[in-house]
Ligand binder design. Structure first.
Ligand code: ADA
Length: 564
């Protein structure tokens, strides 16, 4: 959550580093380590020429000048990690991509040693959150920002959330929570929006945790075309202060459509891996911004953040650019074994809680998702999907929830639990165990029509409908006449988007994929030449393929003509 970040000291930069082939070190083993090398934070050590594709543990160390009660934020690591402060274990980082915070006594104000060790090995057991069969590579590193801040012992905000209740009257609810030695008694609270005092509790004060509702007459709404953000400041007594940016927008489902501020919205966009061959999952914010600008420039308004939680900075950029986001927890084709593993299931709950908290004040996030392509046609999936859908709704009832399925409609058992039917389909690409030979637009129309019929069954009619993946591979430069040329991919992608745009039953489509992305070698050379998923509409270095240009023509209202 974008809460009180002003108090945090940025720890990004160049840290000392050592690589070891064993797993995460214990505190005793840590004392024996030397750090002859350097790595950046954020950064993935296995993208460097020295440790390229290495499997093992990267240990990052730096000095931090601070003292007292502190909060350490780690925006996400992979695949698992352990944190040490002055040689003592501070805690574990068991979940890839998860933003974690540690509140702890840092000791006297002086130079202290912070170590973050990360292990990129994966075993593929039922418990594991990242398995070798996933279609994205498990880089090792500190993927996202690291920061630290000194906390006020007496009183501090630990929560500040804004929810739009009615966009017509600009009514929002503000939830807050205070912590600290003095949190037990009531405190006068003041709230400003864009610098204007809009709420004061009076002398009676407010409890440590609560909410209040305010109207903001005349305040601009947040939308794709006018992504206006407001600043909220909370202050209390007057020691504790916090602020966050927020947008006034309401997401809802009405008659099988997704609405934004009461109007049906058509989501047209792409899936995006937050990945880059030179940086792994530690994509520099400049590249993230350029990706988002490239997606927006195509005329798209939607990104599915596949297949793991997004970084705060990515969400903040989408807020500012007016891009709508489906955010999901980590998962990929998880099987009945995992669905019976307590460890795996507990991690799903934990990811849901973190994702909901982090994305709350980001108006761009309009859909929550989980467990991409879980075995939702098996019995074991039913209680899991039902539970996760309920958990997401309980945590934030204002955002619809879904999971992307690829299971045949007749065997699908879990769509009944979610708000949005989200189908990953590959007509024009996968045909049973084979790959399609020639472009047949009627195959695409036929598959989309089947999904639409399923969505029109009485039990599904109220649910919104999305194509969450569709696409085809091409290696940039492949010419017409080559099998799976750039033109072939462009034909498939364009036809799919065109059909969804003209069909009101569909609330949207996300092309698989924005940029080509590295995957495991075990996917096989035929299916994944170069060890990349090559369905990107731009290359891994973001050079447009024909599909990007063709979709831009279609979405920006240009002439819909093929290049030859
Ligand atoms: C699936 C999956 C994607 C990707 C895609 C493909 O639908 O969700 O991550 O693997 O297939 O390219 O085959």
């Amino acid at each position: 959550m974008n809460l009180g970040k002003q108090e945090q000291l940025d720890l990004n930069g160049v840290w000392s580093f050592v690589f070891r082939e064993e797993g995460l070190p214990s505190a005793a083993e840590l004392a024996q380590l030397d750090y002859p090398q350097m790595e950046t934070v954020p950064g993935c050590f296995d993208t460097s020429s020295v440790h390229r594709f290495a499997r093992g543990c990267g240990v990052y160390r730096r000095e931090v000048f601070i003292g007292g009660l502190c909060r350490l934020n780690i925006g996400g690591i992979g695949v698992r990690g352990r944190v040490f402060w002055d040689g003592r274990t501070l805690g574990e980082l068991p979940i890839p991509f998860e933003d974690e915070e540690f509140v702890f006594e840092a000791g006297d104000e002086k130079a202290h040693t912070l170590v973050i060790a990360v292990d990129n090995r994966i075993d593929g057991s039922d418990d594991s959150l990242w398995a070798p069969y996933y279609d994205f590579y498990s880089h090792g590193g500190i993927y996202r920002d690291v920061s630290i801040g000194r906390l006020d012992r007496e009183l501090r905000f630990v929560d500040c959330r804004v929810t739009t209740l009615d966009e017509r009257t600009r009514t929002v609810r503000i939830d807050y929570e205070l912590e600290g030695e003095k949190a037990g008694v009531s405190h006068p609270l003041e709230c400003r929006v864009d610098g204007r005092l809009i709420y004061a509790s009076g002398d009676g004060g407010m409890p440590a945790r609560g909410n209040f509702t305010v109207n903001l007459p005349g305040a601009a709404l947040w939308s794709v075309d006018h992504p206006v953000l407001h600043t909220l400041e909370l202050s209390c007594n007057p020691a504790a202060k916090t602020f966050c940016a927020f947008g006034i927008r309401r997401v809802a489902l009405q008659n099988g459509r997704i609405t934004l501020n009461g109007e049906a919205v058509k989501l047209i966009g792409v899936n995006r891996h937050d990945a880059h061959p030179d940086f792994g999952y530690a994509v520099p914010v400049a590249t993230v911004l350029h990706d988002l600008m490239q997606i927006k420039a195509m005329g798209a308004n939607f990104i599915r953040g596949s297949h793991y939680p997004q970084s705060e900075s990515m969400l903040a950029l989408c807020d500012r650019l007016g891009l709508l986001v489906w955010e999901e927890t980590l998962g990929w084709g998880n099987n009945p074994g995992s669905l019976k593993s307590r460890k795996f299931l507990d991690a799903q709950d934990c990811m849901a809680r973190h994702l909901v908290r982090k994305s709350w004040n980001h108006p761009s996030v309009i859909l929550h998702g989980f467990l991409n392509e879980v075995y939702s046609d098996c019995e074991e999936a039913e209680p899991v999907v039902r539970h996760l859908a309920e958990l997401f709704r309980e945590l934030n009832p204002s955002i619809p929830v879904s999971f992307a399925t690829c299971r045949a409609e007749e065997t699908e058992r879990c769509v009944k639990f979610v708000d949005v039917i989200a189908y990953n389909v590959y007509p024009g690409w996968y045909v049973g165990d084979f790959l399609a030979e020639e472009f047949r637009p009627e195959d695409i129309a036929a598959r989309l029509a089947q999904v639409r019929s399923y969505a029109n069954l009485p039990e599904n009619r109220e649910k919104a409908l999305l194509i969450t993946e569709i696409g085809a591979s091409t290696i940039a430069g492949a010419e017409p006449g080559d099998r799976w040329s750039e033109e072939y991919q462009a034909d498939v992608d364009e036809e799919a988007v065109r059909l969804v745009m003209q069909d009101d039953r569909y609330s949207g489509i996300a092309i698989w994929l924005f940029a080509d992305s590295r995957t495991f070698r075990t996917k096989g050379a035929v299916m994944r030449p170069r060890c990349f998923n090559n369905k990107g509409i731009v290359t891994e270095h973001r050079i447009p393929k024909q599909a990007y240009r063709r979709l831009t023509m279609l979405l920006r209202g240009g002439k819909n003509r093929k290049e030859s």
